[in-house]
Design a binder for this molecule. Structure first.
Ligand code: DHK
Length: 165
């Protein structure tokens, strides 16, 4: 059975293409989904692609990815990145590697976007590559999976990274 990567998108990402195109570009969420499916296929990975404007639904999907023993999660949590302790806790609660993705360079934007609650519990974070960041995240996950580091490694756990924010 093909390993599955969950690609989870948070609030307002359903509006990609029409939303602040100078910041987020002209590609739609459907374009992002297509990119993810193509990239995942190269690595024989399946994709579960979802978007929600609701924090609890995103958290339920993180739990689901854990229960399904997903190979990884590519997560653009949108504005919840900067506010949601509960999303951070959900990620810490499941044994699934998370790659954090942002279309824009959050560090070149408003100060309140410089902090991510997700980064300390993610395996890696990417921002500023436009929607190609999703493709890069899938490539990175595929490389981790190929070297057998799919589940969160004890390295990540023992580094204390998860506790320091
Ligand atoms: C998307 C959002 O919706 C913002 O709230 C984040 C992120 C940045 C992105 O660049 O993909 O601050």
């Amino acid at each position: 059975m093909a390993k599955t990567v969950y690609v989870l998108n948070g609030p307002n990402l359903n509006l990609l293409g029409s939303r602040e195109p100078a910041t987020y570009g002209h590609a739609s969420l459907e374009d992002v989904e297509q990119l993810c499916r193509e990239r995942a296929q190269r690595h024989q990975l399946g994709v579960e692609f979802r978007q929600s404007n609701h924090e609890g639904e995103l958290i339920d999907w993180i739990h689901e990815a854990g229960a399904q023993q997903a190979a990884g999660i590519v997560l653009n949590s949108g504005g919840y990145t900067h506010t949601s302790v509960s999303m951070r806790d959900a990620i810490a609660a499941v044994n699934v590697p998370v790659i954090e993705v942002h279309i824009s360079n959050i560090f070149a934007r408003d100060r309140f976007r410089h902090h991510s609650h997700i980064a300390p519990v993610a395996v890696a974070s990417l921002c500023g590559f436009g929607i190609e960041g999703y493709g890069l995240a899938i490539e990175g996950l595929a490389a981790l999976i190929a070297k057998g580091a799919g589940a969160k490694s004890s390295d990540t756990k023992s580094s204390g990274r998860k506790g320091k924010d």
